[in-house]
Design a protein around this ligand. Structure first.
Ligand code: DOR
Ligand code: ZN
Length: 385
């Protein structure tokens, strides 16, 4: 064959990775020069504005004391989930919980809990407005009744919460949404997509201006919906949903430590989440949904949902973004897009990640028993220094 007919490199089928990288993506400008070389391979150190966690379960009592130091080590602030038993429903309860969190902080830690209220059909719009005006509460959490852990007091009749949602739209207070229908006739893998059509979109249309965070999105349907909306809509993505798909839970034996809600979906959805998280687009930001349960409560015939990712989230994310050639967009995801949505300043202090094996436990001890740390299934090679 002559040279003219020999296949050129260009004509060869491209790998999926190469094809993805060639896809036009909107690349926001780099925020500062120090990460200009972030995607050229040999990065050994990366300094980010200190991250925030826009969805976190800290629990209470002994569990709070055991897990809080891990978040306070790497994060400046976190949106604190109100699904305690009983739930954090009123401003007074949120203030008391914030004080318990502050009291559980290690000496010298500067972590700031951003409190939320658990929306019920009895929520008083005036109490919500007062808790927001005082600066105490940064969001209201909507759990459809029965959707997940401690959600029994959540909402069944969405008309009953309309006055609160309207007041929130007026005052600019965001609604954080656990986006799954609870209808037993809907397959659990479809519950997020059906929620968008049946509940989320109708609520947003009926309440113009309401600022909504689609939390812990798990599907390409949610990514597509989020991308099609204006800037009143944000979406958080967890660490674990960037790493696992449903095979990790179910293939080769059942793995309770990978069971969380919304449950991880098929691989195409995980790839859509990776594309969204690493895109740098302002609407996507980190909410770990780090949700500690004791091993005793995970490893039951009816085990609890939740992955405990607070200790290793930053090393995992650095590796995920590095693998996808997007280290220069990690800071947008962990530290910039969330504050922009919540209209809060970006943290002025920083964290530095360096190449090297992190010194992380496989589980932590609590007075209630051990809690297993999420295992990403690959050896980590970034550590927080
Ligand atoms: O996996 C989860 N765990 N998803 C939730 O929505 C709740 C959380 C928890 O509180 O354990
Ligand atoms: Zn959660």
């Amino acid at each position: 064959p002559s040279w003219a007919s020999a296949p050129t490199r260009k004509a060869w089928p491209r790998s999926r990775r190469a094809a993805q990288q060639a896809m036009p993506r909107t690349r926001p400008p780099l925020f500062n020069a120090r990460k200009t070389h972030a995607n050229r391979g040999n990065m050994t150190s990366l300094t980010l504005a200190r991250p925030d966690d826009w969805h976190l379960h800290l629990r209470d009592g002994a569990m709070l004391r055991a897990v809080l130091p891990w978040t306070a080590r790497d994060f400046a602030r976190a949106i604190i989930m109100p699904n305690l038993m009983p739930p954090v429903v009123t401003g007074a309860q949120a203030a008391a919980y914030r004080d318990r969190i502050r009291a559980a902080l290690p000496e010298g830690a500067t972590f700031e809990p951003l409190m939320t209220l658990y929306l019920t059909e009895d929520t008083d719009p005036d109490d919500v407005a007062a808790a927001h005006a005082s600066g105490l509460v940064k969001a209201i959490k909507l759990y459809p009744a029965g959707a997940t852990t401690n959600s029994a007091s959540g909402v069944t009749d969405f008309d009953a919460v309309r006055p609160t949602l309207e007041r929130m739209a007026e005052i600019g207070l965001p609604l954080c949404v656990h986006g799954e229908v609870t209808d037993p006739d809907i397959d659990i893998f479809d519950r997020e997509a059906v929620f968008i059509d049946r509940v989320l979109d109708p609520i947003r249309r009926a309440t113009p201006g309401l600022r909504v965070v689609m939390e812990h999105i798990t599907t390409s349907d949610a990514v597509d919906y989020a991308r099609a909306q204006d800037d009143t809509l944000g979406a958080t993505i967890t660490t674990h949903h960037l790493v696992i798909n449903r095979n990790h839970i179910l293939a080769g034996g059942i793995k309770p430590h990978y069971y969380c809600l919304p449950v991880a979906k098929r691989e195409t959805h995980r790839l859509a989440l990776r594309n969204a998280a690493t895109s740098g687009e302002a609407r996507f930001f980190l909410g770990t949904d780090s949700a500690p349960h004791t091993d005793a409560n995970k490893l039951l015939p009816c085990g609890c949902a939740g992955c405990f990712t607070a200790p290793n989230t930053l090393p995992i994310l650095a590796q995920v973004f590095e693998e996808d050639g997007a280290l220069d967009r990690l800071e947008a995801f962990t530290s910039r897009n969330g504050p922009a949505f919540y209209r809060l300043p970006v943290n002025t202090d920083t964290v530095t990640l360096t190449k090297g094996t992190p010194d992380l436990p496989t589980h932590i001890d609590t007075d209630e028993g051990p809690v297993t740390v999420f295992n990403p299934g690959f050896a980590l090679h970034w550590r927080v220094t």
